[in-house]
Design a protein around this ligand. Structure first.
Ligand SMILES: [Zn+2]
Length: 227
């Protein structure tokens, strides 16, 4: 049987979702802007189509990433906020992926989170990805895609000692938050170079062809679809 290769279209549309107006002004400590939290089904559908399914009449193939094959079964809720979240060292958090099931707290604390998730997403999702609206607004199209992929990459399926994917007793994938591939300070690599395997992997990845970069201009903005 002949298997035909997927059709790569000569026109690709990015259709980057806009940051909703209500989460565009940063809610900083001491500022007068109220805190906002806003679920976004459109953003969730966009991210799924672009990176996980890779198929919208075959038009989104360049962004598809087989690393997310397990996420076809995952319910992922996307949430915008305008609340500033400091990460220390003057850095602020642009995004975060979580499993929205609190392990600590009493029955009320756990039930409150479950209730809120169901209000936002209809069901309690397997993962929630939160993005900071004001920070995302300042990102180029390329940086936005990379940020969304960064958070999707945190949405993992647990594996056993043999490296096989784990499932719950009900046969559902056992979800986990994947740590970063690399945890290091640039001041240490400046002195010791790529001193462990994770750093060597990072250096090797910087030498690859970065096929998506060609789809954006020098400022990281979407070129308009011509491939
Ligand atoms: Zn991260």
């Amino acid at each position: 049987m002949k298997i035909s290769s997927p059709q790569i279209p000569n026109f690709v549309e990015l259709r980057r979702p806009a940051v909703p107006d209500t989460v565009c002004d940063l809610c900083e400590r001491g500022a007068d802007v109220p805190a906002m939290w806003l679920p976004d089904d459109g953003l969730a559908a966009w991210a799924r189509e672009l990176f996980i399914e890779g198929s919208n009449q075959g038009a989104l193939l360049p962004f598809w990433n087989e690393d997310y094959a397990h996420l076809k079964l995952a319910r992922i809720g996307f949430l915008w906020t305008n609340v500033e979240c400091g990460e220390g060292g003057g850095k602020v958090r642009a995004g975060q992926a979580e499993i929205p099931k609190p392990r600590t707290g009493n029955a009320w604390a756990k039930s409150r989170v479950t209730f809120q998730m169901a209000q936002w997403f209809g069901v309690v999702p397997d993962f929630v990805i939160t993005l900071c609206g004001p920070l995302v607004n300042a990102l180029s199209d390329m940086a936005f895609c990379a940020l969304v992929e960064h958070e999707l990459k945190h949405c993992g399926q647990a594996r056993d000692e043999m490296g096989e994917p784990k499932y719950t007793e009900d046969g559902e994938p056992k979800w986990c938050i994947e740590p970063h591939t690399v945890e290091e300070h640039s001041s240490v690599t400046a002195r010791y170079g790529a001193w462990d395997d994770s750093l060597k992997e990072l250096v090797a990845s910087l030498d690859r062809n970065h096929e998506l970069v060609a789809l954006f201009d020098e400022w990281g903005n979407w070129k308009g679809g011509k491939r």
